[in-house]
Ligand binder design. Structure first.
Ligand code: ADP
Length: 489
C-alpha cells in the first residue's frame, strides 16, 4: 500500500484508477475521461471532464479564499508551503511513477522533475518572507511615499503535458507564496500528477479554495479562466498559438498574462569549443524528455573546421541511446506523447530529406512501434527546412554547417522565438561578444542544462513575456500599491 499518494498501488493493479477534480477543498466530479500511458496506449486512469460551470465554481472558490490567504502572515503561508514541499519530497518515488505512467519520460528523468518541481515550492516558501515594500523619497516635506507589493488576486495556471509537475509548481508556488489563490487547468494528457500534487497540498493544510484543479474541456475552462473578472492573472505554458489566443481573451478584462511559449533553440559549436563537452551538452539539451521541452535544442550549428568531428562523436552517442518504456530502469528515451507529435516529427524528417539533408542516424519510427521514434541525426540542414522554422519537439538533431561568427549569430536570431540558446566556446572575448548579440531570454554557455528554480526562466519575442523562478518569479504575482501619507500637526 502506498504511504504517500494513494495512486501508485492502484495504477499497478490494473483496475481503472478513478480520480476527481479538486475544487474548494473537495474532490468532485465523475471520472469519465480516460488517461493513457503513451508507452503502450493502455488506459491507466480516468478523470472528470468538467467545463465552464465547474471552472466558474473554482474561480469563485479561489476568490472567496483570497482575502483569508492573502492576509495570513508571510510566515504562516511559508509554513504551509513548506509542509507541502516535505510531503512532495516524501512522495517522490510515487509521484515519479505516476508522472512516467502518464507522460512517458524515463523514471530517472521523472524523479529529476519531481525534485525540480519540489525545489520551486521550497524556494518560494522561503521567498514568501522577502516580498519587500519601499519608503521612497518624497515630493513634499510632510508627505511620505509608501509602496507595498500586494498579491494580484486569483491566478489561473494553464499547464502543458511535458513537465506535468514542474510547470504547475513553478507557477503556483510563487503565486501562493505571494498571497494569491489559484485555479489550475492541467493538460488533458497528464492530469494525474496534478491531482496527486493537489492531494498532497490538501494534506499540507492549504485552506479550502486556495488551490483548485479543474480537469476537462480546455476551451470551455480556458474561456472562463481568461474572462472571469475575478481572475487577475493568467499564467500559461504551452504553444505560442494557444498563448496568443489566451492573451487576446484576457484582454477583455485587462488581466495580467504571464506566458511561457515555444522555443526554437540554436546550439552553436564554435571551432574553439571543447568538442566532447559540446557533444555532452547537445545530448542533454536535445534528447531529454524525447526532445519535448521548450528549451530543447532545435538547430545545431557547427563551425566548418570542427563539423565532421562533432557529427561523428554526436552520432556515436545518439546511436547508443536506449529507447523504451520509461518505467524500465534501462530506458534513456521514452515514447512521444501522442500520434500528433509523431506525425510532426515524421513530417520534419521527410521535409528535411526532400530538401537535401542527409541522414546520419535513425530517421524512422522505432521497432517498439506506437509513438516511439528513433533518436535521429541529420546533417546538411538549411534555413528553408521546417525543422529550422518550427520547434520539432522530438528526438531529431539537425546539424547546420557555418563559417563565421557573424553569420551564425544572424542565423540563430532568425526566428520569431527567443527562449533558450546555447553555445560552446573557450574564448572569453567571444563568449561575451556572442552572448550580447543573441536575442534570447536564456543562454547556456558551455552547458546544455540551464533550468533551476534559482534563475529567472523565460523568453523574449514570441516565446513569452514573464519570468519564472528566482526572486523575480514571485514579483510577477504582485502589484504595487502606492500610498501618499500626509503627516499632520
Ligand atoms: P500542445 O499542443 O503541446 O498540447 P497546447 O498549447 O495546446 O500545447 O496546450 C497547453 C495547455 O493549454 C494544455 O493544458 C491545453 O489543454 C491548454 N489549451 C489548449 N487549448 C486551449 C484553449 N483554447 N483554451 C485554454 N487552454 C487551452
Amino acid at each position: 500500500m502506498l504511504k504517500s499518494v494513494p495512486l501508485v498501488d492502484r495504477l499497478s493493479d490494473h483496475t481503472l484508477l478513478k480520480l476527481q477534480a479538486y475544487i474548494n477543498g473537495e474532490f468532485i466530479g465523475v471520472a469519465d475521461t480516460p488517461v493513457k500511458n503513451p508507452a503502450n496506449g493502455d488506459v491507466i486512469a480516468a478523470v472528470p471532464h468538467l467545463g465552464a460551470t465547474e471552472a466558474t465554481r473554482a474561480v469563485e472558490a479561489a476568490s472567496a479564499a483570497f482575502s483569508g490567504w492573502a492576509n495570513k502572515t508571510c510566515k504562516e503561508r511559508s509554513a504551509v508551503l513548506r509542509r507541502w514541499y516535505d510531503l512532495v519530497v516524501a512522495a517522490r518515488e510515487d509521484l515519479a511513477i505516476i508522472l512516467t505512467s502518464e507522460q512517458g519520460k524515463p523514471l530517472s528523468e521523472a524523479r529529476g522533475e519531481i525534485d525540480y518541481a519540489a525545489a520551486y515550492i521550497e524556494f518560494y516558501a522561503e521567498e514568501a518572507k522577502r516580498v519587500l515594500g519601499e519608503l521612497l523619497p518624497s515630493h513634499r516635506a510632510n508627505a511620505r511615499i509608501l509602496v507595498q507589493r500586494r498579491p494580484v488576486g486569483v491566478v489561473a495556471a494553464i499547464t502543458p503535458w511535458n513537465f506535468p509537475a514542474a510547470m504547475i509548481t513553478r507557477k503556483i508556488a510563487p503565486a501562493l507564496a505571494a498571497g494569491c489563490t489559484v485555479v489550475v487547468k492541467p493538460a488533458p494528457e497528464t492530469p494525474l500528477t496534478a491531482l496527486a500534487l493537489a492531494e498532497l497540498a490538501d494534506r499540507a493544510g492549504f485552506p479550502a479554495g486556495a488551490i483548485n484543479v479543474v480537469t476537462g474541456d480546455a476551451k470551455a475552462i480556458g474561456l472562463v479562466l481568461t474572462t472571469h473578472p475575478a481572475v487577475r492573472l493568467v499564467g500559461f505554458t504551452g504553444s505560442t498559438q494557444v498563448g496568443k489566443l489566451l492573451m487576446s481573451q484576457a484582454a477583455t478584462t485587462v488581466k495580467k498574462v504571464a506566458l511561457e511559449l515555444g522555443g526554437n533553440a540554436p546550439f552553436i559549436v564554435f571551432d574553439d569549443a571543447d568538442i566532447d563537452a559540446a557533444v555532452e551538452g547537445a545530448m542533454a539539451s536535445k534528447f531529454r524528455n524525447t526532445g519535448q521541452t521548450c528549451v530543447c535544442t532545435n538547430r545545431v550549428y557547427v563551425q566548418d573546421s570542427v563539423h565532421d568531428l562533432f557529427v561523428q562523436k554526436f552520432a556515436c552517442k545518439i546511436a547508443m541511446l536506449r529507447v523504451g518504456d520509461g518505467l524500465d530502469a534501462n530506458t534513456e528515451q521514452g515514447p512521444l506523447i501522442n500520434e500528433r507529435a509523431l506525425a510532426k516529427v515524421r513530417a520534419h524528417v521527410d521535409d528535411a530529406l526532400s530538401k537535401g539533408a542527409a541522414l546520419v542516424v535513425g530517421g524512422d519510427g522505432h521497432a517498439l512501434g506506437g509513438t516511439f521514434f528513433q533518436p535521429t541525426l541529420l546533417q546538411g540542414a538549411t534555413a528553408e527546412m521546417l525543422l529550422s522554422k518550427e520547434e520539432t519537439f522530438g528526438p531529431i538533431a539537425a546539424v547546420f554547417r557555418f563559417k563565421s561568427e557573424d553569420e551564425v549569430i544572424v542565423a540563430a536570431n532568425n526566428s520569431a522565438a527567443g527562449l533558450a540558446a546555447y553555445f560552446y566556446s573557450q574564448n572569453a572575448s567571444r563568449m561575451f561578444r556572442v552572448l550580447e548579440q543573441l536575442d534570447f531570454g536564456m543562454v547556456g554557455i558551455n552547458t546544455g542544462v540551464i533550468s533551476t528554480e534559482l534563475a529567472p526562466f523565460g523568453g523574449v519575442k514570441e516565446s513569452g513575456n514573464s519570468r519564472e523562478g528566482s526572486h523575480h518569479g514571485i514579483l510577477e504575482f504582485t502589484e504595487l500599491r502606492y500610498a501618499c501619507v500626509e503627516l499632520q500637526g
